[in-house]
Design a protein around this ligand. Sequence first.
Ligand code: SAM
Length: 527
Amino acid sequence: MMGIAAANYSVLSLGSVPSVSKTRRSSRPGNTTASPGKVSRERPGFKGQNDHKLNLEVSPHRAVSAVRLMRIELGGAFADLLNERGKGSGDNEMGYVERTLGFRTRELDDRDLRLVTDVVGGTIRWRRFLDHLIGSLCHDKKAFQSMEPLLLQILRIGFYEIIKLNMPSYAVVDENVRLAKFALRPGAGNMVNGILRKLVMLKDTNSLPLPKVEGDNRAQARALATLHSHPVWMVRRWMKFFGQDETIRLMTWNNSEPSFSLRANAAKGVTRTDLTRLLDELEVPYELSSNMDDFVRVSTGLQIVIQAGLLKEGFCAVQDESAGLVVSVLDPQSGDKIADCCAAPGGKTLYMASQLRGEGMISAIDVNKGRLRILKETARSHKVDGVITTIHADLRIFVENPSVKFDKVLLDAPCSGLGVLSKRADLRWNKTLEDLEELKTLQDELLNAASSLVRPGGVFVYSTCSIDHEENEERVAAFLLKHPDFSIDPVDRYVPHHFVTEKGFYLSNPVRHSLDGAFAARLVRAS
Ligand SMILES: C[S@@+](CC[C@H](N)C(=O)[O-])C[C@H]1O[C@@H](n2cnc3c(N)ncnc32)[C@H](O)[C@@H]1O
């Protein structure tokens, strides 16, 4: 196939850990790809008669990014649109491109793939900011509001590449104009040309139309929300609770490139030293975690780790340290009987299971069957399936007939995810203040249900990946009011002191700890 020169070579020899083989894509595609403009064509930009849908003039990363952005933004509506255009070619990314744009581009190489990740993630994160600029540069508001979706995505990509990626302007203008011309029509190309050129001129003269942070709280929040590309309600909420400076730092963190942590899987006999040896062989740079002995941080090269099969083989897991620290708060010990009440897809279940060292058991309960299936499969590859039983149930119904009580119960509750916005680029746009209110009710119900599984003298941990005190401290306070047989067990014996709050809870704060946000309260039930 064009574009991928696959070379199999084995890497990694490592004591008790089996070696894995890695299929790596060459950094550039095989030279079978003709360069744009050099092929004989029936129509401008399209190759040969037999291959008339292959367009070599449009850059692959932009075509794929535009289509991915359409899929993300339009969701179900986009799937319907594709179905209308026929089946059969949507089985891979280029199939989607063909069905959406009417042509294929050459296959993506590694560099294109990295660009797609950057451009799609960045364009989603910066959507509000980009739309403000696009709207300001359109000749009237209506033109922006009624803009067709694909044209809008192409403009967002162009704006993001020029303003945030600082790519050479002339190339960005040229390439996005071509994409608009081929995917839509010549007039769309002309429009993209006009708006992008205007943007370049304003950027070069340092006169971008940016809002000023002034006026009352509401006006300042609106301006900051545009400048840092977040929903206004979030900014207002954070300004109220954290103040303006911390809110800006938090938004800056949310807009930065996320790094990832890997956890060495002790259940397979993999130590952190083994893991770093594997990463050295793969030439993936890493940093040792100072918070947890079995974690390393990786800012680039996750794709290489995936392609080498380290995750599939269960040598390690992608897990943020902030999530690992929640498990430290529960402190699983060999022989423990544990209930993991909202377990799927199982990040914390697997880590807890690896600490049981084959003795004890975990009941992993979740209402989502598909996610539970993932948990089950991963448990097998991580060699911890012997201590995990999955239970598909709504926790609130499951506890109506409790047959057993547990030594330790973890409730990793569904939450707003406001602590993980750097990793989940689209999450900020999918949440509303109303969602938060609904979640609080669900969290109270689940707290109530999960607590009934704790044996007298047992441990109950409530956790979220949110930094919102209403989902965290306030839920715990409301629970304790109704359950006087539970009390707070301060977490200072379980996590480094800089994560411990005044009340004895665990809180990881992106601004302070450069990790995802997470919260956990450790409660004990009276004997
Ligand atoms: C934050 S996620 C859990 C993440 C998981 N603990 C991990 O570390 O991978 C919350 C989970 O709660 C589950 N959930 C939501 N409502 C539930 C309910 N009523 N009963 C059981 N599980 C529920 C969701 O399906 C989701 O998988």
